[in-house]
Design a protein around this ligand. Sequence first.
Ligand SMILES: O=c1nc[nH]c2c1ncn2[C@H]1C[C@H](O)[C@@H](COP(=O)(O)OP(=O)(O)OP(=O)(O)O)O1
Ligand SMILES: [Mg+2]
Length: 223
Amino acid sequence: MEGVLFCWANQSLPPVRRITVPPGGSSGQHRSAASMSGAAARALPKAVTFVTGNAKKLEEVRAILGSSIPFQSLKLDLPELQGEPEDISKEKARMAASQVNGPVLVEDTCLCFNALKGLPGLNNLLLAYEDKSAFAMCIFSLALGPGEEPMTFVGKTAGKIVPARGPADFGWDPVFQPDGFDQTYAEMPKSVKNQISHRGKALALVKEHFAAANYKVQNDGSA
Ligand SMILES: O=c1nc[nH]c2c1ncn2[C@H]1C[C@H](O)[C@@H](COP(=O)(O)OP(=O)(O)OP(=O)(O)O)O1
Ligand SMILES: [Mg+2]
């Protein structure tokens, strides 16, 4: 899964764009755990704000994180940026941190096709291409405040593109069938999706980071 791939980034954009996949295994990787371990607990002025315009994402993040990380959420329509997924995610975090004026968590998600040349859409892909393998990738970025360099946490789940099955209330869930399962993301119970999903894997790394970093929230009562 190295080099250039193609990616369904957002329904409001042309559906296919070229990307370079950031390093990390199928379960993803982030770059800050080693440097954090042993560091003194850092004080945060307030709880982390998870910023997204997507209610379905927020629902999953809530379900996956539970009470493991104190966070609040804010619905902001961040601009749809173009570029490499990791850069997009980090840039979202920078914009969110300056708007919130505090620590933020954001994410950028894409569905990436292993074999595809600039095609107008998914249906053509299904008909025209032998290789239906794909992976879902989620890149969370954590910025501790405005002007701070975001840390990234990557989760990937491999699968294949299939004709749509299941409820169509969340993006490409009906057409993505993860490897090892006979249901699409849309068909499986939410709890199963969250255990194996790109988002679940990335958030496991976010949780590890919070456990290691041991941030001290100074004012977690305020919004
Ligand atoms: O688990 C998922 N299962 C199916 N579809 C998904 C998933 N996660 C994101 N998606 C869709 C939503 C959007 O069409 C695109 C990502 O774009 P992306 O910019 O990351 O999300 P967004 O604009 O909806 O929300 P945000 O305000 O967090 O940027 O893939
Ligand atoms: Mg977006």
